[in-house]
Design a protein around this ligand. Sequence first.
Ligand SMILES: [Fe+2]
Length: 287
Amino acid sequence: MADATFVHLTDLHFGEADDPHLHSDTEATMAAILAEVHRIDPKPDFVIASGDLANAGDAASYRKLAKALESLEMPIVYAIGNHDTREGFYEGMLGQGPGNNATYDHDTVIAGIHIITLDSTTPGAIGGALEPHQFDWLAARLMDHADLPKLIVVHHPPMLGDEEDEAFWRGIRIADSLQLRGMLKGHDIRGILSGHIHHDRFSVWHGIPVIVGIGQHAATDILATDRLRMVRGAGFGIGTLRSSGLTMQLVPLASDRAELNVYPLEMLRERAAANEEAAYAAQTETA
Ligand SMILES: [Fe+2]
């Protein structure tokens, strides 16, 4: 295969300035990142934007984002995250009529790479999950383009351990992560590109690189382990896929790492558990 290069953006959190849950000027951050991306020579083959594209999931924010990214003139692979709404994304980004609530799973081939994108969101939930119909779809896609290397784009990274994590909302719930692991085994998966946890984190998960980017909204202070402390910070990644495997290079934006917010872990756990319970119950009712 010829070498291919891509830009990894995540957690763009586009929104309105008066959104009380928007903790930084994400439009300014996007503009700063675009200025850097335009300096990449030669021009990358494509861009991955791995979810939390909008902060509140409104159609207007997706329209604003699409406009902001026009200058890239590169194919952009979008995944949606827990801050997104499917309805808002389909309407604002894809120009569809209102009311489409289908999972946004899709695949494409760019620069000789088969890119499979999964929708790990459940409306109302913070953590990630995959539905049975998505596993069926994925099983079929994994059989396609058997001669091409594959990348997977999914907002929530798989849980890295073999058992439920205390911070279960930080990834794809454990049962689904284990099922995903079994399904990907034996396929030529060169990497999984994710976001959600707002800090750079690289793992090898059963032989597959799992790349999480810091994103563009607010950064997690990973050394504050007794609470969730969010600080200023943003950046993006440049990926190169060679026949030898995946390389990620990170481009951080300058930041003073000023504190933005602090949340007690117990409050987060309770809130996430309540949200998850309600979200999965609602999904079962409508299934
Ligand atoms: Fe996010």
